[in-house]
Ligand binder design. Structure first.
Ligand SMILES: NC(=O)c1ccc[n+]([C@@H]2O[C@H](COP(=O)([O-])OP(=O)(O)OC[C@H]3O[C@@H](n4cnc5c(N)ncnc54)[C@H](O)[C@@H]3O)[C@@H](O)[C@H]2O)c1
Length: 358
């Protein structure tokens, strides 16, 4: 068993990092974190996907280079990659919504599968790339609605276009690793599979916490679908710490070039309804909810990850337990409502949550 591995500021200080999808929810948190660690970050994304956004509220662009481009455009991806000569690449740009994937299946596959191919092709041609982390999803597994957590060696699949696009991105990753990145002196390629993340600054459509917070801020009651569906909720800082620890491990050891689950402890896989109830306790009289009976497109009922491999071999541990994650999330939106400096609030939360989990 490896000892507990932490995010190493000395590793990231001055490190050239290409982060795709930096204008999104997870990307903006990670860009801020990398900036606070002293990394030289270049972001690549097609737009700022929401309004409001963490990216704009926290003025994420201030501490990095930001390239606007479409991950489906191989030339744009190649030019951005060559332009920043990254040592580490973290790939997050994606169409990440299950429900939108039913409406836009082609764009979802083009972005999530061919976008990954475009980035990996670019990484092949730029010298100096040493570690690549492809961010996929817990939904990459063929969901069997069973009681156990999914392990990394289980079959890829996916019932809907989004989930299957992430399963396909995993298969692409595995093929590129074996076909083009097998040389231990060349780029080392791994993937990170994480579940539903929560945290301040998420404004994504059709997501539970953003839906709850939009309703709170509008003084309304939120309609919650699938209250019994169980998800491995965790604060966004947990998988982000996994991606960073994984990049550090890749740098040191070619054996880290593999697929890795980054999920919360078992008991933190909770039903949707329990999560909303806890938010209602944390923000009394403001969080109000009713059940939305549907009809809804198919969503997996039960989904848990087994993260034993990351815990045992990388020494990774989730940083923030669920209750701290929910409290920080409710606080973030309260601060937003009161007009606070959201860059400072987000940096303070990053420091507090990562210190508590170190
Ligand atoms: N949020 C979650 O709960 C969750 C769970 C599992 C996996 N993920 C994965 O994590 C990653 C980030 O998710 P997120 O929640 O931050 O999503 P998000 O929608 O907030 O951000 C997506 C990012 O990708 C960029 N993007 C989308 N299409 C693009 C295109 N064609 N070209 C260039 N950039 C494009 C957007 O501009 C944005 O920067 C995604 O790969 C997603 O599948 C997210």
């Amino acid at each position: 068993m490896s000892p507990h591995a932490a995010v190493e500021p000395a590793f990231w200080d001055g490190r050239r990092v290409l982060l795709t999808g930096h204008t999104g929810f997870k990307g903006a948190w990670l860009a801020l974190w990398l900036q606070s660690l002293g990394a030289r970050v270049t972001g690549f994304a097609d737009c700022v996907p929401t309004d409001p956004s963490l990216y704009e509220l926290a003025r994420v662009a201030e501490g990095m280079e930001s390239v606007t481009g479409d991950i489906r455009d191989p030339e744009a991806v190649a030019a951005a990659t060559a332009g920043c000569e990254p040592e580490v690449i973290i790939h997050m740009a994606a169409q990440p919504m299950v429900r939108r994937s039913f409406v836009e299946p082609r764009a979802t596959y083009e972005t999530n599968v061919m976008g990954t191919v475009n980035l990996l092709e670019a990484a092949r041609t730029v010298p100096g790339v040493r570690a690549i982390v492809n961010v996929t999803s817990d939904k990459c597994y063929e969901n069997r609605e069973w009681d156990w957590g999914y392990r990394e060696n289980e079959a890829m699949g996916g019932h809907d276009p989004y989930s299957s696009s992430k399963g396909a991105a995993e298969i692409v990753t595995s093929a590129y690793r074996r076909s083009f990145f097998a040389d231990p002196d060349g780029p080392r390629l791994a993937s990170g599979r994480a579940g539903n993340v929560i945290g301040g600054g998420d404004w994504g459509e059709d997501r539970l916490v953003p839906d709850v917070m939009r309703a709170v801020l509008a003084g309304e009651s939120v309609r919650v679908r699938n209250p019994n569906a169980i998800r491995p909720w965790q604060h966004v800082i947990n998988p982000l710490s996994g991606y960073l620890v994984l990049a550090q491990a890749l740098w040191e050891d070619p054996a880290a070039a593999d697929g890795w689950n980054f999920g919360p402890a078992d008991e933190e896989a909770q039903p949707v309804g329990a999560l909303v109830e806890r938010l209602a306790e944390l923000w009394p009289e403001r969080v109000r909810w009713t059940v939305d009976d549907g009809p809804h497109p198919h969503e997996a009922h039960y989904l848990k990850l087994d993260s034993s491999k990351a815990r045992g071999r990388l020494g990774w541990r989730p940083m923030a337990p669920l209750d701290a994650a929910l409290a920080a999330t409710a606080d973030w939106y309260r601060e937003y409502e009161s007009g606070a400096d959201m860059r400072q609030v987000t940096l303070d939360q990053l420091a507090a949550l990562s210190a508590a989990g170190a």
